[in-house]
Design a protein around this ligand. Structure first.
Ligand code: AHM
Ligand code: MG
Length: 333
């Protein structure tokens, strides 16, 4: 029987070759993974637990909050709250960061997360997920501040996501490539199923909300027209694929090859997606898988957020296509 490499064992093995090689870091990653398993169970049973639908509230992003958003948010925060190595968490659902009970002053790590990305799709049973990133605090033995979270993405120690699809997967990087794990529901463990994930060379999927076309700027129109007109032979098999759930769109493109765009447009000139909670972690993962991420001009990982909820245009996927997009922007916008 083939060896079963669980996520916990994998984290331990990777940690031996990593400068974060401490039991602290391993425990922290295990807690995040456990929280995603609990969220996965909640998502799978959502229709039976009367937790579908909206709460009636609007979050800091101005979006309708779903009940599962809150349940997932509370779960992640609770799982991280008693870890002494975690100083604070920041969530897409909360206005401010939250210091932990156990490690606020002494903890070395800060965790940012989007507890339930794609949550507007929940009621239709579409794949959704959790996105997270881990960074180190510059100073310890003091209270955490918002500024501690506002580093560029190139300072991240780890990033990952769980996608709650036909199976639940956990994908993560600590800067040594990307590995994917599938939840074995019988055993309750994430098991290595996609070692060393690499983005295929071909841009198979073009993922953009075409209903926004009239809002797009010239560069985005020029790029999308270039692809759909099959201007180059490498686009002969490219197909449009857009779920409207970033983590699911990203995961599919990582498997098949492709580009995802949520560009600047006339309604959201600063972009819609969030740097800290969505763009930075996914940018770290795509670069580790051989791809690229840009806001149309700058590398996502070089952008310094100016607030917890800062947004950015996000163009992410095959490097050759991200570069072509940037070129179109430089000519047309
Ligand atoms: P959220 O569900 O965490 O609020 O994230 C926003 C979502 C992304 O998952 C997705 O890529 C995007 O919004 C879809 O936006 P639109 O419906 O405008 O295409
Ligand atoms: Mg999101």
């Amino acid at each position: 029987m083939a060896e079963m490499l669980t996520l916990s064992r994998h984290i331990l093995q990777r940690a031996r070759h990593h400068r974060e090689a401490s039991g602290d870091f391993n425990l922290l990653m295990s807690h995040i993974a456990t929280a995603t398993k609990v969220v996965s169970r909640m998502v799978a049973k959502a229709g039976l637990l009367n937790v579908l639908g909206k709460t009636g509230d609007t979050n800091v992003q101005g979006e309708k909050v779903t009940k599962l958003d809150i349940i997932a948010n509370d779960m992640l925060q609770a799982m991280l709250d008693d870890l002494p190595m975690v100083s604070a968490t920041a969530s897409e659902e909360d206005v401010s960061f939250v210091p932990t009970s156990a490690g606020a002053t002494s903890g070395r790590y800060l965790i940012a997360f989007d507890p339930l990305d794609g949550s507007s799709n929940i009621d239709a049973n579409v794949s959704i997920g959790t996105i997270f990133s881990v960074r180190r605090r510059a100073n310890v033995d003091c209270n955490p501040t918002e500024a501690d979270f506002l580093g560029a993405g190139n300072e991240l120690v780890a990033a990952g996501y769980a996608v709650y699809g036909s199976s639940t997967m956990f994908v993560y990087t600590t800067g040594q490539g990307v590995d994917g794990f599938t939840l074995d529901p019988g055993v309750g463990e994430f098991v290595l199923s996609h070692p060393n994930m690499r983005l295929p060379d071909t841009c198979k999927c073009l993922s953009v909300n075409h209903a926004n076309r009239l809002r797009w700027m010239g560069g985005t129109r020029a790029y999308v027209d270039h692809v759909v007109s099959r201007a180059e032979p490498r686009y002969s098999a490219t197909t449009g694929r857009y779920i409207g759930s970033l983590v699911a769109d990203f995961h599919r493109n990582l498997i098949y090859g492709g580009i995802f765009l949520y560009p600047a447009d006339s309604v959201t000139p600063g972009g819609k997606l969030r740097l800290l909670f969505e763009a930075q972690p996914l940018a770290m993962i795509i670069e580790q898988a051989g791809g690229a991420a840009s806001d149309g001009v700058r590398r996502i990982l070089d952008i310094q957020p100016d607030g917890l909820h800062a947004r950015a245009p996000l163009i992410i996927g095959n490097t050759v296509d991200v570069r072509l997009y940037e070129q179109m922007v430089s000519v047309h916008d």
